[in-house]
Write a protein that binds this ligand. Structure first.
Ligand SMILES: C[S@@+](CC[C@H](N)C(=O)[O-])C[C@H]1O[C@@H](n2cnc3c(N)ncnc32)[C@H](O)[C@@H]1O
Length: 290
């Protein structure tokens, strides 16, 4: 089937909104280069477990934002390429790579354009990785998965850890507000991407938390697509990948996304005690078998 045209104007509004938010987010993080060079990394155990051994693996990190996770993956031995539409984020990532001395390639591009050029150039990767707030920015899930299938080597893996779409039905105060099924229709947020790093404090700033930008207001709206778990699994299967692992987690890593979340060990945020347990994140590994 021929590709549907992408809603480029919405991607562009998202780029502008992400540029503004990325500056605010980074204003809260202390000495990122020193932290990555000498003291630690920004990955969580969930993705490390699903990623497995990274040593010498050629890895594409899609929607890498300002590159902290990409450089962390490099610290575990991967040969990394980070891709993101936000020029502010990619400029920051390139500088962070220089300042920390951790080698990485960063490319500023719409993920769909990068995937197309990677297919055309016959690039091959052992692992394609994406995480934490990635899928909701994709306007065409089948096209994304199909292209990933084409750049993986036989035996190569797509590894995804993201927020569970069921979490997207809630307002910040846990009232049920939004449809689970949106059938590919984008949802516009007039208030753009917020400063969730300020709200989450040290849980999203393991390098040390600074006050940074106060009361950030994003003047640039953004557009999200809520893909269901069924949509995500189907896109991966239709791309010819074999589902190897699928996990659900009853907490959010690092992000205090909702009211009165309870922080437990490992920077895991759980719903308040008066709510039943809910799947708030999922993890997936899909393998290219031929
Ligand atoms: C929540 S962030 C992902 C953070 C990431 N897990 C990390 O390592 O920090 C979502 C990212 O998706 C990017 N993005 C949104 N739409 C995109 C598109 N069409 N192509 C490439 N990147 C896109 C944004 O610029 C943003 O950096």
């Amino acid at each position: 089937m021929p590709d549907k045209p992408l809603p480029r104007h919405l991607h562009e509004q998202n780029r502008i909104s992400w540029n503004a938010a990325t500056d605010a987010h980074n204003s809260h993080k202390d000495d990122q280069a020193g932290f990555l060079r000498e003291r630690g990394h920004t990955l969580f155990p969930e993705e490390l477990e699903l990623l497995g051994d990274l040593h010498g693996k050629k890895l594409a990190h899609l929607q890498c934002n300002a590159g902290q996770d990409t450089l962390s993956l490099a610290k575990f031995g991967a040969i990394v390429t980070g891709v993101d539409i936000s020029d502010t984020a990619i400029d920051f990532a390139c500088q962070l790579s220089k300042d920390s001395g951790i080698p990485a390639k960063f490319i500023c591009s719409d993920v769909y354009d990068w995937l197309d050029q990677a297919v055309k150039a016959r690039e091959c990767y052992d692992i394609v990785f994406s995480s934490y707030g990635a899928i909701c920015w994709l306007s065409d899930l089948s096209r994304w998965a199909e292209r990933i299938g084409r750049i993986l080597i036989p035996g190569g893996r797509l590894v995804l850890v993201d927020f569970h779409p069921i979490a997207m039905i809630f307002e910040e105060d846990w009232s049920i507000q939004y449809d689970y099924f949106t059938y590919g229709e984008p949802k516009k947020w007039d208030d753009g991407i917020g400063d969730y790093v300020a709200v989450s404090g040290s849980a999203l700033s393991p390098m040390g938390n600074l006050e940074g930008v106060k009361d950030f207001v994003n003047p640039h709206p953004c557009h999200e697509w809520i893909w269901t778990i069924g949509d995500i699994l189907e896109s991966v299967i239709h791309a010819g990948l074999t589902l190897n692992q699928f996990r659900e987690y009853p907490y959010l890593n690092g992000e205090k996304g909702f009211k009165d979340m309870i922080e437990k060990d490992g920077r895991r945020m759980y719903p308040p005690a008066n709510l039943p347990s809910l799947p708030l994140m999922y993890g997936l590994v899909a393998v290219k078998t031929n």
